[in-house]
Design a protein around this ligand. Structure first.
Ligand SMILES: C[S@@+](CC[C@H](N)C(=O)[O-])C[C@H]1O[C@@H](n2cnc3c(N)ncnc32)[C@H](O)[C@@H]1O
Length: 504
């Protein structure tokens, strides 16, 4: 566990300042796609409210019958012997065990898993490194999260007697905030990793990767290989990085608006993000949080949150404003409507048309709708029994182009979302061109030119995805794209040789 490549030591330097705490800078120039770090997690934890088998990480409600303190699913016979034995040796009473197994207290098991790292000489240094991570205790003390953790994790651990028994003879008991510190370290430093079941996720704590500060315009990409239970993390440069530049990861979803991203970072990670995107009310001209100005919409007037006045004001005429409560209520309603329209393409298209009178076409709520519509169109196009007509292809192409335009600004360089949107666009354009050619609505010269354009997009997408570890869904996609690209190149060659019958 927790092996790390030498690249980090060679290419990165850890520094400290008052704003960022510890952060990392590039020692030398770094090429786009260059790997900086390959690292295994110190520990893998379930999300709050979930329990996962200590052996296979599948969701379970069962516990190991020997130690009774760590979850073990029905399929797995045992978990790590030294952990099991150490816990069994504590000889907790039935009542104490019950207290710790309470279904409201799932974080207790995560804490036990981490405390066990300290118990073995092989893993003690990992525990100590984890303990040094940023915890932001001053910002968290007395908050709702703190109080919940106190009631559901710290107090039960304390009163069950497990801490006293584990720490007998050491002075750890004097550290009255130790449990809160570790819980805060999980919240502030964890990376989201894929769980064994489809769509599920878990948390991973990584020694070096947790040192990278956040920017909503990062210059790094993180990818977690989930081929095995190892969940190896790779961090690579998304663009050229000059020596001395700070290396930034992104802790949030780039397809959220500034207020939402900042709120997540403030609540979850205890800092105010002041990256170039967060301080620009137009979000680098994408208008991902902008409203239409009723008075100036014909002349391109958009209402944005003016950082100086803290009011929603039109960029063309600051007299035109929206009340903060109106903005908040409107967005809440819009998100609810999007949620209810999900899976129904007609309702989503109607909602998109309705919201376009209020929100900029790139507003993050609009982009969410567009992504959902594009996903349904993909399913329709994949099922030829639907006999999709030209308009379906054209609609999907348009949506992919609109999403891509925003991503090109927000995520310059290598980016997974951009690569996938580009692939979706290329693929749909090629399918439409082939369909039109078969229906004799496109000449072989036009088909050739369309397929050549598609090839350029496909190669660009593949160029980005090839940096992904093979065992990730994106890594797998890149392998199937290579096959598609070969077929495409084959068709292009046939058309160039003038043997168009084969392509039909
Ligand atoms: C995962 S840790 C990063 C490493 C941390 N600075 C340290 O000293 O260990 C996340 C914490 O770093 C700080 N941080 C990261 N990015 C920041 C940013 N853009 N602005 C201010 N603080 C930031 C915040 O305190 C945040 O809770």
């Amino acid at each position: 566990m927790a092996a790390v490549t030498d690249d980090f030591a060679k290419k990165c330097q850890v520094k400290h300042n008052d704003t960022l705490g510890r952060f990392v800078v590039a020692v030398d120039n770094i090429r786009a796609g260059e790997t900086l770090l390959v690292e295994e997690p110190i520990v893998i934890l379930p999300h709050l409210g979930e329990r996962r088998c200590a052996r296979c990480l599948n969701l379970t409600t069962n516990f190991c019958s020997k130690c009774q303190l760590l979850p073990l699913c029905e399929e797995c016979k045992d978990h790590e012997e030294r952990d099991c034995q150490r816990l069994a040796d504590l000889q907790l009473s039935e009542e104490q065990v019950q207290q710790l197994q309470d279904s409201q207290r799932t974080e207790v098991q995560s804490m036990v898993k981490c405390l066990l790292l300290r118990e073995h000489t092989e893993t003690r240094s990992l525990y100590e490194e984890m303990y040094q991570m940023d915890a932001q205790l001053d910002a968290r003390r007395g908050t709702e999260v703190w109080n919940n953790y106190q009631a559901n994790v710290a107090n039960p651990l304390e009163s069950s007697g497990i801490l006293g028994k584990l720490w007998q003879g050491s002075d750890l008991e004097k550290d009255v905030e130790l449990v809160q510190r570790l819980l805060a370290i999980f919240d502030i430093n964890a990376f989201e990793i894929r769980a064994p079941e489809s769509g599920g996720s878990m948390r991973g704590i990584y020694r070096r990767a947790s040192l990278f500060p956040h920017s909503c315009m990062p210059n790094l990409v993180s990818a977690i290989d989930d081929a095995s239970n190892g969940r190896q993390l790779k961090m690579y440069a998304s663009r050229f990085i000059a020596a001395g530049e700070i290396l930034y990861n992104c802790y949030t979803n780039v397809l959220l608006g500034t207020q939402e991203r900042r709120e997540i970072l403030k609540q979850g990670k205890c800092f105010n993000c002041n990256c170039p995107r967060c301080v620009d009310p137009t979000e680098l001209g994408t208008h991902m949080s902008s409203f239409m100005c009723n008075n100036c919409s014909s002349t391109g007037g958009y209402i944005v949150l003016n950082p100086e006045t803290n009011q929603w004001q039109c960029l063309l005429n600051p007299e035109h404003t929206l009340k903060r409560e109106f903005v908040a209520n409107m967005l809440e309603r819009a998100k609810e409507e999007v949620f209810h329209a999900r899976d129904n393409i007609y309702r989503m298209e109607l909602l998109l048309a309705k919201l376009s009178r209020l929100l900029h076409g790139n507003h993050y709520v609009m982009l969410d709708l567009k992504q959902n519509i594009a996903a349904i169109l993909r399913q329709i196009l994949q099922n030829m029994a639907h006999r999709p007509n030209r308009k379906v292809y054209e609609r999907k192409i348009r949506l992919c182009q609109e999403i891509l335009l925003v991503l090109k600004v927000l995520a310059p360089g290598i980016n997974r979302l951009k690569a996938i949107a580009l692939y979706e666009l290329a693929n749909t354009q090629a399918e439409l061109a082939r369909k039109l050619y078969t229906e004799q609505e496109l000449s072989s010269t036009d088909l050739l030119s369309q397929l050549q354009q598609t090839e350029i997009m496909m190669r660009e997408s593949l160029r980005m995805l090839l940096f992904e570890p093979l065992a990730t869904p994106e890594g797998q996609l890149s392998r199937s794209m290579m096959r598609e690209l070969k077929e495409l190149q084959n068709d292009i060659k046939i058309l160039q040789d003038g043997d168009d019958v084969v392509v039909r």
